[in-house]
Design a binder for this molecule. Structure first.
Ligand code: ADP
Ligand code: MG
Ligand code: ZN
Length: 497
């Protein structure tokens, strides 16, 4: 391999035009698998959710899961696709240990949904990403290589395979080649996957979690000189986060520009994205196309969705996430960039539900985007799984509004809620965090503070009311922040006037 000098990103996109294409796999959240009745729950003991059909035992016959077909059609409709009135599943033949049937039931030249688009908005500008097809297939099992240092097959002493995932419905969404993006290709690729995730989540057909693999993305990139034909593409696999989608396109643009600058040529291959370096390394060459010997699946009847059913599904689609964001932004009275941060944090629905549970927009946003977002970041969990529910956040804000706790105490209450100690009112009681506004108890603390700070007290007597802050601080300290500052101030001034 020849060594190449890498250009800067700006140099690369000044000289070459990138073309990108995204293939996204979405694991559907159906209760049972696509062609048998096995459960689909994540994280079960290996090989406990299997049967003769998904293990591909001789004589076993598949039956299509209506919920999987319905979810695929709804995804297609939400992506503005045409829905086929008649199509078939196909066998994609290949041999791999995680594929017990030795073929994957998929779709080939008769996808269920075709010719759609997704509009992606970045800073007020809209980019249309065209969708080539949305098809239905089944997931494979999972291999586990043990005994080696890397978890890869090289150096492993044995390999285990878990078929629980085999047969779970999977929807593949393939874009047409996207051109004309120039230097913005990486960020638009990311924005597309983000929008796609939000749309699918709004349909409730998948939890679309990239870190758990229910949303997976392959990123194709090629470069050409202006006016030339499209270049040869590479396909980056293993892209497991939104940030990685952007980094994969960017690093591949730089790498390919380096090769082309040096007079080399790009080989059509799959490459593996590496989280640590942000680069891709070569994988399987695709120049000799694998022959999958596709043919129509003989054991399943064709899929012929009734037009009335499709129209019904279309009419019942939920509000588009982008329209919903625009509407909520106005309701909440926040800027576009604040709304963008809320969306990026995955907090739109959480804040919406918190408001429905009785909080103000400002109150709801404050907790989700402040304390809870910080916690989610620190622990690396999604905001929705951080340990507090919208109802609890609304209750917390109510306690603050009623003056039962102040902001500082509220943070401690929230800590207890997240730790599973119960609802805010319960945590407040059990941790003894209620604001002390009982004047009897406070009076004693106030008198002690006055006695301990005679100079300050003298100033206040002389009419320098600003000095009262120091005494309020002293009382807050002795009451461990549990006093109501306003009441304390009133008591001090009453004593010293
Ligand atoms: P494969 O199964 O070989 O990956 P697919 O048709 O499923 O092929 O996906 C190919 C993806 O690559 C599509 O998203 C397509 O739009 C995109 N693509 C095709 N040609 C190019 C190119 N020259 N540069 C970048 N992307 C491309
Ligand atoms: Mg592919
Ligand atoms: Zn099964």
């Amino acid at each position: 391999m020849s060594t190449t000098v890498l250009p800067t990103y700006d140099d690369a996109v000044a000289r070459y035009e990138p073309v990108i294409g995204l293939e996204t796999h979405v694991e559907l959240g159906t209760n049972t698998k696509m062609f048998c009745g096995c459960p689909t729950e994540f994280g079960a003991e290996p090989n406990t959710q299997v049967c003769p059909v998904c293990l591909g035992l001789p004589g076993a016959l598949p039956v299509a899961n209506r919920a999987g077909i319905e979810a695929t059609i709804r995804i297609g409709l939400a992506l503005n696709c045409d829905i086929a009135s008649w199509c078939r599943m196909a066998r994609k033949n290949y041999f791999y240990p995680d594929m017990p049937k030795n073929f994957q039931t998929s779709q080939y030249d008769e996808p269920l949904c075709v010719d759609g688009y997704v509009d992606v908005e970045i800073e007020g500008e809209t980019f249309r990403i065209e969708i080539e097809r949305v098809h239905l297939e089944e997931d494979t099992g999972k291999s586990l290589h043990v005994g080696g240092a890397t978890g890869r097959i090289h150096g492993a002493t044995e390999s285990l395979v878990d078929y629980n995932r085999a047969g779970i419905p999977l929807v593949e969404i393939v874009t047409k080649p996207v051109t004309g993006l120039g230097s913005r290709a990486p960020e638009i690729a990311r924005a597309y996957v983000t929008e796609l995730r939000d749309i699918i989540r709004s349909l409730g057909v998948s939890d679309v979690r990239m870190e758990q693999g229910s949303l997976r993305c392959d990123v194709n990139t090629s470069l050409n000189k202006p006016g030339d034909e499209w270049g040869t593409r590479t396909e980056a696999k293993n892209v497991n986060s939104l940030r990685s989608v952007e980094r994969a396109v960017r690093s591949e643009i730089i790498r390919q520009a380096g090769v082309l600058d040096g007079g080399g040529r790009i080989h059509q291959e799959t490459r593996h994205f590496q989280e640590d370096t942000g680069n891709t390394r070569p994988g399987r060459s695709k120049e000799t196309a694998t022959d999958y010997r596709y043919f129509p699946e003989p054991d399943l009847v064709p899929i012929a969705p009734d037009t009335a059913w499709v129209a019904e599904l279309k009419a019942a689609l939920p509000e588009r996430p982008s329209s919903k964001r625009a509407r909520l932004r106005v309701d909440w009275g926040i800027s576009e960039s604040d709304m963008q941060s809320v969306a990026n944090a995955g907090a739109v629905e959480l804040i919406e539900e918190t408001i429905l549970a009785g909080a103000t927009a400002a109150g709801a946003r404050k907790w989700w985007m402040g304390e809870l977002a910080r916690r989610a970041n620190e622990t690396g969990v999604e905001l929705s799984l951080v340990g507090a529910t919208p109802a609890q956040v609304a209750q917390l804000q109510t306690l603050v509004d009623e003056g039962k706790i102040n902001d500082k105490l509220a943070r401690q209450v929230l800590e207890g809620v997240v730790a599973g100690e119960g609802d805010p009112a319960v945590v407040m009681k059990t941790r003894g965090l209620e604001v002390v506004s009982d004047t009897g108890a406070l009076q004693t603390a106030v008198d002690e503070a006055i006695a301990a700070n005679p100079d300050v007290a003298a100033k206040i007597r002389d009419g320098k009311l600003a000095a009262a802050g120091a005494l309020v601080g002293a009382v807050m300290k002795t009451t461990r922040g549990q006093a109501d500052a306003k009441t304390v101030r009133e008591l001090i001034l009453a004593r010293l006037s």
